[in-house]
Structure formats: structure tokens, C-alpha cells
Write a protein that binds this ligand. Structure first.
Ligand code: DAT
Ligand code: MG
Length: 166
């Protein structure tokens, strides 16, 4: 089970529904030295890093990851791009992290993505939009299973949790 609920021992505390999402800094983000910036933004927001690795992506993995787009005209160039240089694959956890990470990432086309979002602040082209984030809880579960084994994911609770959640 990738999405789970943490039941607090104290009855006074609210129950947290901790989701997980798959985030990938694409080859352009790694080449441009933006890995730290992406991690900083997700950390500062209050999400928890539970998996992290640098991956030279195979064609098979890229095709599987973007399977939903296989009929689109940009599919082969997208797969080629994802395999062209290493990516940083991550799993982040927190309440509402799937939708919130998408908000922090911004619209697919960086030219129209809002300032303050990662794509809005750092990109100019849809084919070089720096970062991937799962678009729904079910997609996130599928993508996490595709990119990470159970052993590669840490189960931990940051000591600052009471300062992030009521
Ligand atoms: P997102 O990454 O915001 O979820 P998506 O799932 O629609 O966007 O597309 C996946 C990736 O494919 C996207 O990040 C960049 C690329 N892509 C999408 N639309 C494109 C287009 N019209 N031309 C070139 N690349 C495109
Ligand atoms: Mg998508």
C-alpha cells in the first residue's frame, strides 16, 4: 500500500491522510543545476522526501512511464529526451501532496505557467519543462511502483511534524 493513514495516538490530534507522489527532475533540470532548487521548494513547503535516486533512464522505462501519451506526436521525442541524460527520481509524502506538488510545478507549458511555479520561474519551452509530477493519487501509486522498489522507500516521520500539522 503506497497511500496510508497515520492514526495519531493522541485522540486530540487530527488524523492525517498522508499521500505520496512521484516527482522527477527531467534531464534539462539536472543539466541546468536545478535539482537543489526543486528539492528546496518541496522541503520548504513541508513535504517529506521518502525516496531519491539519480537514474539514467532506459527506453523501456521512459515508454512505460509515458505510456498514456504513446499515440501523441511528441511521444518519441519525449522518450528520447527523458533518456538523453540522467534524471532525479523522487517520492515525496504529505497531506495532499499530489495536487499540491502539481501546483508548485505549474502548467505544462512553462511560457504560460504562473510566476512562482517551478516551470513558470525556470522554463520557456513545453519540451523542456524541467520536472514531472504525478497527476492523481492512482497515477502516483502506479508511477512510484514503476520507479521504486519497496526497499528504496524510507518510512520515517520528521521531528518537525507537529510544527507542520495541527
Ligand atoms: P504534464 O507533464 O504537465 O503532466 P502531460 O502529461 O500532458 O503534461 O505531458 C507529458 C509531457 O509531455 C510534458 O511534461 C511535456 C511533454 N508534452 C506535452 N505536450 C506536449 C506538446 N504539445 N509538445 C511537446 N511536448 C509535449
Ligand atoms: Mg502528465
Amino acid at each position: 500500500m503506497r497511500v496510508f493513514h497515520r492514526h495519531s495516538q493522541q485522540a486530540s490530534k487530527k488524523e492525517l491522510a498522508l499521500e505520496q507522489t512521484f516527482i522527477m527532475v527531467k534531464p534539462d533540470g539536472v543539466q541546468r543545476g536545478l535539482v537543489g532548487e526543486v528539492i528546496s521548494r518541496l522541503e520548504a513547503k513541508g513535504f517529506t522526501l521518502v525516496g531519491l535516486k539519480l537514474v539514467q533512464v532506459s527506453k523501456e522505462l521512459a515508454e512505460e512511464h509515458y505510456d498514456v501519451h504513446k499515440e501523441r506526436p511528441f511521444f518519441s521525442s519525449l522518450v528520447q529526451f527523458i533518456c538523453s541524460s540522467p534524471v532525479v527520481a523522487m517520492v515525496w509524502q504529505g497531506e495532499g501532496v499530489v495536487a499540491s506538488a502539481r501546483t508548485l510545478i505549474g502548467a505544462t507549458n512553462p511560457l504560460t505557467a504562473s510566476p512562482g511555479t517551478i516551470r513558470g520561474d525556470y522554463g520557456v519551452s513545453i519540451g523542456r519543462n524541467l520536472i514531472h509530477g504525478s497527476d492523481a493519487i492512482e497515477t502516483a501509486q502506479k508511477e512510484i511502483g514503476l520507479w521504486f522498489s519497496d526497499k528504496e522507500l524510507a518510512s520515517w516521520e520528521p521531528t518537525m511534524t507537529p510544527w507542520l500539522y495541527e
